[in-house]
Design a protein around this ligand. Structure first.
Ligand code: PGA
Length: 255
């Protein structure tokens, strides 16, 4: 399906409130026209409110990088969907590979988070992706199929209208190694096929699927010009004006 592209910047554990506000201001001033590309800034929790206040009224939207699935409770160090929403934030990245592999988040937890985000009205960006040893063992599709099936358990076809997916091969994240367009397209097609099996042709066609893993201005066009790749989830290159703007411009120039 032909649709506008989306570019989300994941700032990870960089930029406290002051630096984040400063950078968001720089982006707001320099990215006045996104050429129809939806742009989402995902700062650390502490900077959500300040970033929202800076970009409110502009083309730029805000997303969180994680959340807990409960509405409240004794969960030291955690944060709820409602707290995130109170800052004006509309999106939340869930199941990022660093959450899965550094913090041992299971598909079950990630699924509870997806369910909660939808109940609360936050738009989830659910990440899936294989590790290098899984790719080398020929298990990529098996891993992605499991992450989708378990991560989307209990999510209805109508709720899928609000779910965004991101395919992020773990071996391409922060490594400078990007999946070739052919490798990315093959997995994006596989994901659409899996969505067709889990839901319907309509859901498979209409779901946004982003690619993530060392996206830069010079590889954006090659990756995003395919109809099955609806945008990019960007880490490193989202934290500098030139590279982030370069990615947005490249995405916006795709016919
Ligand atoms: P990267 O990170 O662009 O630095 O590879 C992507 C991500 O972690 O979402």
């Amino acid at each position: 399906m032909k649709r506008n592209k989306m570019v989300a910047g994941n700032w990870k554990m960089h930029f406290g409130p002051s630096k984040a506000a400063e950078f968001a201001e720089e982006l707001r001033i320099n990215i006045l026209d996104t050429h129809g590309v939806s742009v989402i800034l995902c700062p650390p929790f502490l900077a959500l409110k300040t970033v929202f206040d800076v970009v409110n009224g502009s083309e730029l939207k805000v997303g969180a990088q994680n959340m807990h699935w409960e509405e409240s409770g004794a969960f030291t160090g955690e944060i709820t969907a409602a707290m995130i929403q109170e800052t004006g934030t509309e999106y939340v990245i869930l199941g990022h590979s660093e959450r899965r592999h550094v913090f041992a988040e299971s598909d079950e937890w990630i699924n509870k988070k997806v369910q909660r985000s939808l109940k609360s009205g936050l738009i989830p960006i659910l990440c899936v992706g294989e590790k290098i040893e899984e790719r080398e063992a020929g298990e990529t599709e098996q891993v992605i199929a499991r992450q989708l099936r378990d991560g989307l358990k209990g999510i209805s076809a109508s709720e899928m209208e609000t779910v965004i997916l991101a395919y992020e091969p773990v071996w391409a994240i922060g490594t400078g190694l990007t999946a070739t367009p052919e490798q990315a397209i093959a997995v994006h097609e596989f994901i659409r096929g899996a969505l067709k099996t889990l839901y319907s042709e309509a859901v498979a066609e209409s779901t946004w699927i982003l690619y993530g893993g060392s996206v830069k201005p010079d590889n954006t066009q090659g990756l995003l010009s395919n109809k099955d790749i609806d945008g990019a989830l960007v880490g490193g290159a989202s934290m500098k004006l030139d590279s982030f703007k370069g990615i947005i411009d490249a995405a916006g120039a795709i016919e």
